[in-house]
Design a protein around this ligand. Structure first.
Ligand code: ZN
Length: 379
């Protein structure tokens, strides 16, 4: 059986016609708030139920509970604040309901608004474990407006994306998985291009379940990360050439990276649970950045959420071993460091500058996609 949605019920906050036309008219008469691409992605995810059981942006009580209890007020595990920030000035001119506009078009209604102030230091400290503004997630928190708006979302418009064909809703993935006859599905989160180490992890997990849901994150990332086009292009190539088509589904998740390490690993698992996954791969330093989290903190945190409703699969660091003549990890290979070749970003960069494919580290079809891109990294 596929996982039940988080909190027990798959939320749908998208309005169908003919109601939609009437609500769109209503929206245009409401105070207007223009939102960023990141907030628009959150609105979309709330609308399609990817963030079930949330039905909108968090009010002050759920926000506080998320910070200090890592749960919603109803006790359901939740680790990352889903919030809408505005300036104090904007908050003053908004009424009970507001129209959210994105890219010059009406996107959603935000109803029964409850504004509240909050403490940025506490937000950063609780979620990221640091107040260091060099941390990209912390820096983002200190850039937020002074006021957060809780409220229920009704999505009426579209968030356009160049990746429309790969954007599926939890309802769609659940139908797709069921049609394929999958009873167990492992989710794989990524913000990288796939090298053989990733493929090894994915296929090791896939050996024990019916299907794999490859789910790269599309949206704001830090400078130096791969661009969305490269990530999706390389995954298309990997799936086409190295996966049985009836065993793998590739779809995008549109949300920004928070780099919250352990808390974000729980969040990533919850979202994949909503898409129907029964298992979720957690690697070394999942959603980490710099040296802020210990390498396996994102795995250890799962012990504190026995009621999560999705099974994490933990992987240690992996490498290519010349003696084993395969990808291996600390648990499976007894050989010394001289025999081992690490998968690293540095190595991929060297590949790009030297325009060659290091043997045994990356599939040639994947390397070709990277080499053919003019700007593979976020600038
Ligand atoms: Zn070995």
């Amino acid at each position: 059986m596929l996982s039940r949605p988080h909190g027990g019920r798959l939320i749908q906050r998208t309005s169908q016609s003919p109601d939609r036309e009437r609500l769109l008219d209503e929206l245009q008469r409401l105070p207007r708030l223009d939102i960023s691409p990141e907030i628009a992605s959150d609105v979309w995810n709330l609308g399609i139920g990817a963030f079930s059981p949330l039905e909108g942006f968090m009010g002050s009580e759920d926000f506080r509970a998320t910070l200090y209890e890592r749960r919603l007020t109803n006790g359901v595990p939740w680790t990352i604040p889903i919030v809408l920030d505005v300036s104090a000035e904007q908050a003053n001119r908004l009424g009970k309901d507001v129209g959210l506009w994105y890219a010059g078009k009406p996107l959603a209604l935000l109803s029964d608004i409850a504004p509240y102030g909050y403490d940025r230091q506490a937000y950063a400290k609780q979620v990221f474990g640091t107040e260091d503004r060099k941390h990209p997630g912390v820096a983002h928190v200190f850039d937020l407006g002074e006021v957060l708006l809780g409220g229920t979302i009704t999505v009426l418009g579209e968030v356009e994306t160049p990746f429309t064909g790969y954007r599926l809703t939890p309802r769609e993935t659940r139908v797709l998985f069921t049609t394929k006859g999958w009873r167990t599905v492992v989710g794989f989160q990524t913000r990288n291009v796939p090298h053989l180490g990733h493929e090894y992890v994915q296929k090791t997990a896939l050996t024990f379940v019916d299907g794999i849901f490859l789910n790269p994150v599309i949206g704001r990332k830090k400078v130096g990360d791969f661009t969305d086009e490269v990530i999706l292009g390389t995954y298309e190539a990997l799936v086409r050439h190295y996966y049985p088509s009836e065993r793998a589904v590739l779809a995008t998740l549109h949300t920004e990276m928070r780099y919250a390490g352990p808390r974000e690993a729980i969040f990533h698992a919850i979202v994949r649970k909503n898409f129907g996954c029964t298992h979720f791969i957690v690697g070394r330093d999942h959603a980490g950045v710099g040296q802020y989290y210990s390498p396996y903190a994102a795995q250890e945190i799962f012990e504190e959420f026995p009621d999560l409703g999705i099974t994490p699969l933990f992987f240690t660091a992996f490498f290519y071993c010349r003696r084993c003549a395969s990808v291996a990890n600390e648990k499976t290979c007894p050989h010394s460091a001289e025999e081992r070749l690490d998968f690293s970003g540095t190595l991929l960069r060297r590949l790009l500058t030297e325009r060659r494919v290091p043997d045994g580290l990356i599939r040639p079809e994947v390397a070709e996609i990277i080499l053919n891109m003019d700007h593979p990294f976020v600038g």
